[in-house]
Design a protein around this ligand. Structure first.
Ligand SMILES: C[S@@+](CC[C@H](N)C(=O)[O-])C[C@H]1O[C@@H](n2cnc3c(N)ncnc32)[C@H](O)[C@@H]1O
Length: 282
């Protein structure tokens, strides 16, 4: 254990764990964020560091801080780095989606006369991921106006979703985006502030959703679940692979984070291992 963590050991090890669990229960009840599937060591370690940094004298004082200071709640989320995201995060992944996944998908749909695309960004944080997808899809369908596109974007964190719906992003968050794309798909919303155009925003429907609960839409063509599995244990990840397989159409695509791996083979085959794009087996 790191010396800093040892200092905030609030009582004996058993009592310490119970206290940390109380903080997590509070976060679940009052902030709606259920962290029970996250690896426990990871959570406890980050929590101890937050308690140390805030100089709270015990779990009760830290809970009060979380209650009264939205800033500390944000610091806590930052410490877990669970809300970190950006437009076109890992540009090579989005390039593979644009150059390989979407052309295959669109060609298959056209051949079957089914002109719809159904996409789910399943841990979308503050919206940059689904808006990036909307832009790619809009680009790919430029002249194919008959296609009906639905992008559902969900996250367990209500605060992140509020930001996603508001859709106002500081200019520096657009750093991965080509200036032509910014010109075409973003509008200015004040000093150094941009938002996706109406056309792009209307393509994305946001909703609060815990990924372990039933998702109401099926027959999906593409699921993004990026940078969430890293926090989950194997049992929970396996559960998700099964859910995704059930929700996807045959031949549908699953995109994971670059450091995540679909180790439960059988349901999917890798389309591109470097970018962690998988295809559901028929
Ligand atoms: C690191 S962010 C990933 C954002 C985006 N997918 C990306 O890769 O840039 C992880 C997101 O997972 C969300 N999350 C955590 N547990 C969740 C759950 N059980 N159901 C849905 N979302 C969850 C967090 O709130 C956070 O916004």
């Amino acid at each position: 254990m790191h010396p800093v963590e040892r200092k905030v050991f609030l009582a004996g090890p058993k009592q310490d764990e119970e206290n940390l669990k109380k903080i997590l229960d509070f976060i679940h009840e009052y902030k709606g964020l259920d962290l029970s599937s996250y690896r426990q060591n990871f959570l406890y370690r980050r929590l101890r560091l937050r308690i140390f940094s805030t100089k709270a004298k015990g779990y009760f004082e830290y809970i009060n801080l979380l209650k009264n200071s939205p800033e500390e709640y944000n610091n806590f989320l930052d410490a877990l780095s669970i809300n970190v995201t950006e437009f076109f995060r890992d540009p090579d992944v989005f390039e593979a989606v644009e150059k390989v996944v979407l052309p295959q998908l669109i060609a298959r749909k056209e051949a079957r006369g089914n002109l719809s695309l159904r996409v789910w960004s399943s841990a979308c944080a503050s919206g940059e991921e689904p808006y990036s997808l909307a832009i790619l899809i809009r680009q790919s369908l430029e002249k194919k106006i008959a296609f009906l596109v639905k992008i559902w974007a969900s996250d367990i964190d209500r605060h992140a979703l509020e930001k996603a719906k508001k859709a106002e992003y500081p200019a520096q968050e657009l750093k991965n985006i080509d200036s032509k794309i910014i010109k075409k798909y973003f509008i200015s919303c004040g000093d150094n502030c941009y938002r996706p155009s109406d056309e792009i925003r209307q393509m994305v429907k946001f909703q609060v959703h815990n990924i372990f609960q039933r998702f109401p839409f099926r027959c999906l063509d593409l699921i993004f679940c990026r940078n969430l599995l890293i926090y989950l244990d194997r049992r929970r990840s396996k559960e998700l692979f099964h859910t995704f397989s059930q929700l996807l159409n045959p031949g549908g695509y699953l995109v994971l984070g670059k450091v995540e791996t679909l180790w439960d083979r059988g349901l999917f085959v890798p389309l591109n291992l470097r970018t962690k794009i998988y295809q559901k087996v028929d």
